[in-house]
Write a protein that binds this ligand. Sequence first.
Ligand code: NAP
Length: 238
Amino acid sequence: MKIEGSVAFVTGANRGLGAEYVRQLQARGASKIYAAARNPESVKTEGVVPIALDVTNADQIAKAIAECGDVNLLINNAGVVIGSGIMKENSLENAKAEFETNVWGPFNLSKGFAPALAANGGGVIVNVLSAVSWMTMKEVATYAMSKSAAWSMTNSLRLELARQGTLVVAVHPAFIDTDMAAGVDMPKTSPQQVVERTLDGVEAGIPEVLADDTAAFVKNSLPKHIETFYPRVSAPRP
Ligand SMILES: NC(=O)c1ccc[n+]([C@@H]2O[C@H](COP(=O)([O-])OP(=O)(O)OC[C@H]3O[C@@H](n4cnc5c(N)ncnc54)[C@H](OP(=O)(O)O)[C@@H]3O)[C@@H](O)[C@H]2O)c1
């Protein structure tokens, strides 16, 4: 699908990766961009249509779907990390909150927008996932669970929406240089690169975007993921 002339709907469009999606969609000539944010006044980009949308709010989702029937490119970008190990206090509450935004948000938006995408020629759904869809770390266990679930959901959407001609694109970045990873002292990928690779993938009709070398390494390590990512627990016990 060409970005030029497309009608895009971006969640979490006010900052971070979402704001970069908006910028590059504009640069590639999208004809209309619905910039969805919990606080639409925080969308500072000129020339877009701000939409009030908390992706955990069913009424706001229904309103957005009713008002934006011309969409042919849905970008499920909004996400949250609370950062909790499973054995930590409040981990269930944290996991549920992360699933509300990272799984049920894109689930409801994809399901709700699917008829409009079909009516508009099939279109594209982009789900912003993570390298931690394929591995985990103690500090972000519940977030990684949500991104693994969202990966499975993305694969299912791909199967179910193939007949209506909708391309479903999974985007897997490692750390990105945004507020979300501000406290992380590790190499980070620029939002520009993640978005450029995503939009190149959309235009080329590619279903999976490895946004950086780390994500590619994680994916390629899956056949040996126990030895690679969990070496201390991989040795046989006497
Ligand atoms: N940064 C990373 O290292 C990294 C790595 C891999 C994947 N990702 C994924 O990339 C995507 C974008 O994250 P980012 O790096 O841009 O993070 P960010 O800078 O923290 O921005 C998160 C965005 O999501 C929005 N958001 C959070 N909860 C929401 C909700 N319930 N409803 C609507 N919007 C909500 C935020 O809106 P408010 O301004 O209202 O809070 C903000 O616009 C996320 O899906 C994230 O999981 C990030």
